[in-house]
Design a protein around this ligand. Structure first.
Ligand code: WT7
Length: 640
């Protein structure tokens, strides 16, 4: 056992239990994961844990024979033991907007909406798109889908109509839930109008039979007769009970789109049984869950973090979740600290971007708040620097809270590598240790396993319950993306370094994916959007280090005609094709891109030049036109 488990100081409970889990999961995985399945309510208990196989056609198969409904594990069983316990506390961004839902009330609301959906013709296996800000109805909508066996597809509020249309078409959604208008500080986001524009663009928009509009601000929005319905009006007509659809463990619970190294977003498919076990298990172990916790995961529900740690994990474990609609420092700095104090939040799970932004504020902001309810802090989505980690620990945690840096991905369903609170000693800046049952492995570029201390491609040697099953309607792409780089392993797309005692440090993506403030953006998506600007012949997007956002996007653009080029048009093309959140930091206009003689863009060079990292550019003789490098260097220096 790595010595690290014997945790001085940080460990409040005996670490033995965690060690036992690591060993049992390693030595008897079938028995261990069947035992963990008892965390859920099953209509029929599964006969097997994993029948997964990373070779051949690649099968991710968990809990065969098991029948369950995710909403029963999150709601019904708690009704029997703790109906009046608070399930969800919601605060709106306007002062005084607050709602507290007990398990009984949450169950009723979920059932009413589930009944609406059934009445509107949604059937088991249909996709339902959810396009809502952080209001209770977002959580309710996800659970209502689960209740009737519909597959939810939560869509980010920042997507452009084009981005939404692509995902609506790919999923084949039959029903959409959107807001009238969403609030983001002073800004108003026209959710319904954006959705209307998206539906107009879908060639097969006719598959969407209805749009349910949640009145978030109560603004007047255009409603298309027959198709568009007022959410409040519809749910009021329904009964507060609804039978839960029996689902096979492997039936999909949801699709979630994420970016990869090609232009088309991938709809990752998560099954019901395995995902739910992973959500419950990781929430309990990583955050040392206690029944008295008020758990606040600040992620938007349109990210996997929001799925697993706003909704499914804490509710499966009978916890109380905090849902806050607004920004960290609006209308005044320290707003989130006030949310923590007002509601007695005990676990606060956020992103390094939020921590970095808070660090830049006057220290009186955080010091003037009590924050004494907190016992555990966590971050996710990007690496956290040791400096930010210590600030988080000292200033927010006041030196008394366990801090967990959690590494995972949309594809993994839940946390994979972390210093589980009060069980594993954290190391500032390191993701730390794989959870029980996670067989992290480093491979070198020849696919040989790296032993002991070293660096390599981060892979998983064995399936875990939270693993995505496939890419929606494209299993070949699933296999190609994750199981061909390192045959026999799941390849994460990240690089990592491991210390001799087993601690992992994530070094970042090794593919063409950029992480801007925790937003995962495929550079190919950016380039595809820019290609719609007719003034541009070609472009290349790369990520560079950014103080606040972690990474920033830089694009190199080759205009069709020298001197005829409008950077605004490029920004507009990106905003329209992807979303405003992906608009580049900087645009360099160049006469050509560095390419190999076979015409492949040498991104490694662009990344280094854009980051002003000009030493050791490597061998340039393989370039078709080595002179282009001098032009690029001169340009970035001139525009520094
Ligand atoms: C990518 C996955 C996990 C939910 C949110 C992001 C990066 C994630 C960490 C971390 C360093 C991290 C990786 C990963 N990442 N967490 N703690 N330290 N990097 O999910 O959008 O699927 O992105 O985010 O590069 O591959 P996602």
């Amino acid at each position: 056992m790595p010595e690290a488990f014997v945790a001085p100081g940080q460990a409040a409970k005996p670490t033995g239990q965690y060690c036992d889990m690591v060993l049992k999961a390693q030595q008897e995985p079938e028995a261990f994961w069947l035992q963990q399945a008892q965390r859920l309510t099953w209509q029929t208990f599964p006969q097997a844990a994993s029948r997964s196989d990373f070779t051949g056609d690649v099968v991710i198969d968990w809990y065969a024979g098991g029948v369950l409904n995710a909403s029963e594990s999150c709601l019904d069983r708690h009704l029997q033991t703790q109906p009046d316990k608070t399930a969800l506390i919601w605060e709106g961004q306007d002062e005084g907007q607050r709602e507290v839902l007990s398990y009984r009330v949450l169950h009723e609301r979920v059932c009413r909406l589930a009944n609406v959906m059934r009445r509107l013709g949604v059937k088991k296996g249909d996709c339902v798109a959810i396009h809502l800000p952080m209001v209770a109805e977002g959580v309710i909508a996800m659970l209502a889908c689960a209740r009737i066996g519909a597959i939810h597809v939560v869509l980010f509020g920042g997507f452009s109509p084009e981005g939404l249309a692509e995902r609506l078409s790919d999923s084949g959604a039959v029903l959409v839930l959107t807001a009238d208008v969403a609030r983001r500080g002073e800004k108003r986001i026209p959710s319904k109008e954006t959705m209307d524009a998206a539906l107009q663009r879908c060639a097969d928009a006719s598959r969407v039979k209805h749009v349910l509009v949640v009145p978030v601000t109560g603004a007047d929005v255009p409603m298309q007769a027959e198709r568009d319905l007022n959410y409040a009006h519809e749910v009021a007509q329904e009964l507060p009970t609804c039978p839960a659809e029996p689902m096979q463990a492997q039936d999909p619970l949801f699709l979630l789109y994420t970016s990869g190294s090609t232009g088309r977003p991938k709809g990752l498919v998560h099954g019901t049984g395995g995902y739910m076990v992973w959500a419950s298990f990781t929430h309990a172990v990583v955050f040392d869950h206690k029944p008295t916790d008020i758990f606040w995961c600040t992620a938007d529900i349109s990210w996997i973090t929001g799925h697993t740690y706003v909704v499914y994990g804490p509710l499966a474990n009978g916890g109380t979740i905090m849902v806050y609609e607004g920004l960290p420092s609006w209308p005044q700095p320290g707003r989130w600290w006030d949310v923590i104090d007002r509601n007695g939040v005990t676990v606060f799970y956020t992103s390094p971007t939020v921590v970095r932004a808070a660090m830049r504020e006057d220290e009186a902001v955080v010091r003037s708040r009590s924050l004494e309810s907190l016992r555990i802090l966590g971050t996710v989505g990007e690496p956290i620097s040791p400096e930010a980690w210590h600030w988080f620990h000292d200033e927010v945690g006041k030196g008394r809270c366990a801090v967990v840096d959690t590494w995972w991905q949309t594809e993994t369903g839940g946390v994979m590598i972390t210093a589980a609170a009060n069980s594993v000693v954290p190391r500032a800046g390191a993701a730390s240790l794989p959870l029980p049952g996670v067989e992290a492995t480093l491979l070198d570029t020849q696919s040989a396993v790296v032993q002991g201390a070293g660096e390599g491609l981060l892979c998983m040697a064995r399936s875990w319950p939270g693993q995505a099953q496939s890419i929606w309607q494209d299993h070949a792409r699933f296999k190609q993306t994750y199981f061909t780089t390192c045959p026999g392993y799941y390849f994460t797309g990240d690089g990592a370094r491991r210390e001799a005692d087993g601690y992992y440090w994530i070094t970042g993506r090794v593919d063409d994916v950029v992480n801007v403030s925790g937003h995962r953006i495929g550079t190919a998506e950016i380039e595809d959007a820019i290609a719609t600007d007719h003034e541009v012949v070609e472009s290349a997007a790369v990520g560079i280090p950014h103080d606040l956002k972690g990474q920033g996007l830089v694009v190199f653009v080759v205009p069709r005609e020298q001197g005829v080029f409008h950077p605004d048009a490029v920004n507009r093309a990106v905003a329209a094709g992807v979303g405003r959140y992906a608009v580049p930091e900087k645009i360099y206009v160049v006469s050509d891109l560095p390419k190999t003689r076979s015409g492949k863009i040498v991104r490694r060079l662009l990344r280094k030049i854009a980051a002003h990292d000009l030493d050791g550019l490597g061998d340039l003789s393989t370039l078709a036109d080595p002179d282009i490098v001098d032009e690029l260097i001169a340009l970035v220096k001139a525009q520094a």
